[in-house]
Ligand binder design. Structure first.
Ligand code: ADP
Length: 562
């Protein structure tokens, strides 16, 4: 075969430092505003951000960090954390963002597994670092993200970030890196078993940033001011810290105060136009706004993902506050963006309710991701909007394997099995119905726990709800609703169950509902169904007791199911 005719374009690698270099050179005066742990508002520009990122790179090189080595972070959304995003990756080291909300033992396990050389930490995590340090003997140093005057009293010997930076002149040229070299490391939350590491490349991160910035994705523009509520320790804040400098977008970083009032005030003060976060934080913001009787003056859209956005929340944002909701689905293994709910031209001409039905789903893939649903035999299932299947994906920002699990690829015939169960409709809109572990199997058919949860939280007296499978002698499993009431609200079990009637097929109607004060959540704010199922392991559904002549010990049966 003859050699291919090669194109004649520059072979410029796609690397992360090029993003901050671009922003510094072409959007140099665009602002980065941070609410600091120290309590005040800090304000500077992309130009200053790049300069300090270079100082950080110099400081880490001076400390002996080599390209390819990992540097951990335990930090909120703030300008110093952003400097780590570029200062660490810019000379070829790997920025490993760690979720500080995990249990200390889990964090220590992750730090040791990642083999972090240094860990940068916000001073709010001083006590946590004191706990971690003795368990992480390979960490050469812990660096407090503050100046000398804010150095916290600690048992551990720590370095001071500002002192390290002050010793460097910032005269540094980003080296040319291999675009396939590792840039960032994020661990999955590990609700079962140990967390697993997704090791992104410079190339995958830059491509993901381009995609995130597309108008039908998060739609980044230099006209925007974006406030990522999603933490920078949660899958790189969904790529926002990369996409914002790509587009020259003003960044507003909220620090540690993520309550409704603090977020609202910062959004208003900084003219924020776009935001992004998990449903739980928006519950707090909406509750605050309703209570205080205030409205947004600049916010026009928000991306909601990480768990299913209840339609009631989507409607509240749109109808009460005129804010567009973009429902997004993704996962750590996908950098994380997969799909976003944006209408196309033809869909935008449909009646409002039909549009809403589409927007409530998780949406269409962005270029760079392909998806399919498969049955138990691995065969692809139709896109008819009703057939459920295991969701598989592939693309240049989807993992090929897990970090330090070199043997054993998670892929199935070149596709990554997400562990989610979904339908895809003829429009190509994805609808996640469950994690495969959470799906309720009733008489051989599947019931979507997410759909039932969405209905429960649409009840005005319900703040939050989870739907789990309960053992049933006839149907194997039937749905049980576990709900938290809004403060001061009253609703009975019967009223809540009646609320489902007419909204789903009869055989989907929950068999029972119970009220609790609180639902268990993971460190990333998702419902912890495994824990909840354990809590309700011995629960006997009234419909199970009613099954005539069926010798059944639900407690035993539940124990069998694990
Ligand atoms: P992330 O950190 O982006 O939340 P994780 O890896 O922790 O990613 O979790 C990914 C899982 O979260 C997905 O596989 C899916 O089960 C769930 N998820 C994420 N977004 C949504 C969504 N919009 N609707 C339903 N489930 C979602």
């Amino acid at each position: 075969m003859s050699a291919p005719l090669l194109g004649q374009m520059m072979d410029v690698p796609l690397t992360l430092p090029s993003l901050i270099a671009h922003a510094a050179r072409h959007h140099g005066s665009a602002q980065i505003v941070s609410r600091r742990i120290e309590g005040d508002i800090h304000r500077y520009t992309y130009r200053e951000c790049e300069a300090r990122s270079k100082q950080l790179a110099q400081a880490l090189i001076a400390l002996g960090v080599a390209p390819g080595e990992r540097v951990g972070t335990l930090a909120w959304n703030g300008y110093r954390h952003l400097e780590a995003y570029f200062g660490v990756t810019g000379f070829g080291a790997v920025c490993h963002t760690i979720n500080p909300r995990l249990f200390p033992e889990q964090i220590a396990w992750i730090v040791n597994h990642a083999d972090d050389r240094y860990v940068l930490f916000d001073i709010t995590f001083a006590a946590l670092v004191d706990t971690l340090a003795p368990q992480c003997p390979n960490v050469r140093g812990w660096i407090a993200l503050c100046d000398e005057s804010h150095r916290p009293p600690m048992r551990t010997q720590v370095l001071c970030y500002e002192t390290l930076l002050a010793a460097q002149d910032g005269r540094y040229t980003w080296p040319e890196l291999d675009e396939r070299s590792a840039s960032n490391l994020c661990y999955t939350s590990g609700t079962t078993g140990n967390p697993k590491g997704a090791l992104y490349t410079h190339r995958s991160s830059v491509l993901h940033a381009y995609a995130a910035a597309l108008p039908d994705a998060m739609g980044f523009s230099a006209l925007d001011a974006i406030l990522p509520v999603v933490p920078m320790f949660h899958v790189n804040a969904w790529g926002i810290p990369h996409a914002a400098p790509l587009a020259g977008t003003k960044l507003v970083l909220p620090g540690k105060d993520l309550d409704g009032k603090s977020l609202y005030e910062l959004m208003e003060a900084e003219g924020v136009t776009a935001s992004a976060g998990v449903p739980t934080v928006w519950l707090g913001l909406l509750a605050y706004m309703r209570g205080a009787g205030v409205r947004f003056s600049t916010l026009n859209r928000t991306v909601i993902g990480g768990s299913a956005c209840p339609p009631a929340m989507l409607r509240a944002f749109e109808d009460e506050y005129g804010v567009q909701v973009i429902h997004a689905w993704g996962m750590t293994e996908m950098s994380p963006l997969g799909t976003l709910s944006k209408l196309n031209w033809a869909q935008s001409k449909r009646p409002r309710e039909a549009q809403r039905a589409l927007l409530e789903k998780q949406g269409r893939v962005i270029f760079g991701v392909d998806m399919k649903i498969v049955g138990e035999d691995g065969r692809e299932l139709p896109w008819d909007g009703v057939t459920f299947g295991d969701l598989h994906v592939r693309g240049p920002w989807v993992i090929d394997r897990y970090f330090r699990q070199e043997s054993g690829s998670p892929l199935v015939e070149g596709w990554f099995p997400t562990g989610d169960v979904a339908t895809i409709d003829p429009d190509g809109f994805l609808h996640i119905t469950d994690r495969s572990k959470d799906v309720i199997k009733s008489g051989g058919e599947w019931i979507s726990s997410i759909d039932l949860e969405n209905i429960a939280v649409a009840h005005p007296a319900i703040a939050e709800a989870a739907c789990i499978a309960c053992a049933h002698p006839r149907w194997t499993e039937r749905p049980l609703i576990v709900a938290v009431k809004r403060p001061g609200a009253a609703v009975t079990r019967e009223e809540l169950l009646a609320f489902f009637e007419g909204k789903v097929a009869k055989w989907w109607l929950p068999d029972d509902a119970v009220f609790v004060d609180e639902l268990p959540h993971t460190a990333t704010g998702k419902l912890q169904k495994l824990k909840l199922r354990e809590q309700f392991r011995a629960y006997v559904l009234p419909t199970a007791l009613a099954v005539e002549g069926c010798p059944f010990d639900p407690a035993q049966d539940a124990a069998k199911r694990g």
